[in-house]
Design a protein around this ligand. Sequence first.
Ligand SMILES: Cc1cc2nc3c(=O)[nH]c(=O)nc-3n(C[C@H](O)[C@H](O)[C@H](O)COP(=O)(O)OP(=O)(O)OC[C@H]3O[C@@H](n4cnc5c(N)ncnc54)[C@H](O)[C@@H]3O)c2cc1C
Length: 381
Amino acid sequence: MDFDLSEDQRIALDALRRFAEAEVAPAVEPWRDAPIPKALARGLLRKLSRYGVGSGWLGESDGGLALDLVTSGLLYEELARISPGLAGTAFINEGVSLAIATLGTPEQKRRWLPALLAGDSIGCSAITEPGVGSNVRDVRTRAVRDGDGWRVRGEKTWISNAGISDLAVVVVRGEDESQGLSQIVVEREDGYRSRELAKLGLNDWSTAELVFDDVFVPGDRLLGEPGGGLRRTLQLFERARCFVAAIANGIARAALDAAVAYVQTREQWGKKIGGHQLVQELIADMATELDAARLLMLRGLHLVQKGIRCDTQTSMAKYFATEAAVRIASRAIEVHGAYGLSRELSIELHFRNARMMTIPDGTSEIQKLVIGRNLIGLAAF
Ligand SMILES: Cc1cc2nc3c(=O)[nH]c(=O)nc-3n(C[C@H](O)[C@H](O)[C@H](O)COP(=O)(O)OP(=O)(O)OC[C@H]3O[C@@H](n4cnc5c(N)ncnc54)[C@H](O)[C@@H]3O)c2cc1C
């Protein structure tokens, strides 16, 4: 077991850190609490792609940089420290590219991958519906045959990137109930509508409803084999949960950094508040939980990279990291006293951002049910 970064990882992280601090931070500053506009997101994704964010998971033959997942996770964590919304946008885009690279025909890859990898096109992945959340098996959106194409009918909600998306990989049910779920690619130009959702935090990351009102799409849009949509969605959860953990860790890191800097300067009772023992306890708890969260994330990424079934470990990583980020950001508020609650600083924003992360890609309860099922051998869901 080697806890040291390799030389390549160090170079990749340093390069991204410099770019994120110099170019991303000022560009997204006005959008800390509102969706990053599409043109800006595209421009930044285009540049991030060169650093391996948005392009790292794909092999070179598909136009990607073929990074190992540990390196990719560290890059996302670093970017999320500066802009969790942009990290989230890139993460979803990269997931859409991966689905197309893995399941797509050569023609589908040619049609969508180059623009997605270059940041010229933004994708989203649409599973959740108004009546379908944790139980993805219940998806009701349908794709029915119409001549040589499909008509897609239904509604999706809470879809990341949807408001600024150019295309959506939509999980649908076919006409035949027994056939199970499939994935179909619908382009914005085919005619889907989106409505942005206002939410507690992560408002820099578009989250929207999608409406498919009998949208006609050509016959060559099915991704992978019909009926393979659920299996594929569940398979990708292992990887996705590690990256949700990475974004949570980035948010937690920003909160910890701010707290450490503050206790080194703020004075009460004639000394720096960092010299008070109970303030040190707050900082020590934050740092210890963040380290534990990072180690769980790195183990998860390492196992996914090796292709080993690891849903126990990835659920642990997602569950612990996202819950820890909420506790860490809450302690950062405590450390800052009333200033931690002020909208004029960003401490309360870290808390609101962190609070968003326990829900997507399986709530904390669902992660615990996965862990429990795998340890005990009895499924509670
Ligand atoms: C920031 C964000 C981004 C998102 N991005 C996407 C996206 O890109 N694409 C997409 O398709 N979806 C996305 N989602 C939706 C997300 O995947 C769902 O919100 C999540 O799966 C939970 O579903 P739900 O909100 O409908 O809650 P529900 O499933 O209705 O759950 C409500 C409560 O009941 C609990 N619960 C449910 N079932 C059980 C059970 N069997 N045992 C114990 N407790 C249970 C849950 O833990 C929760 O506390 C996103 C959500 C958020 C917040």
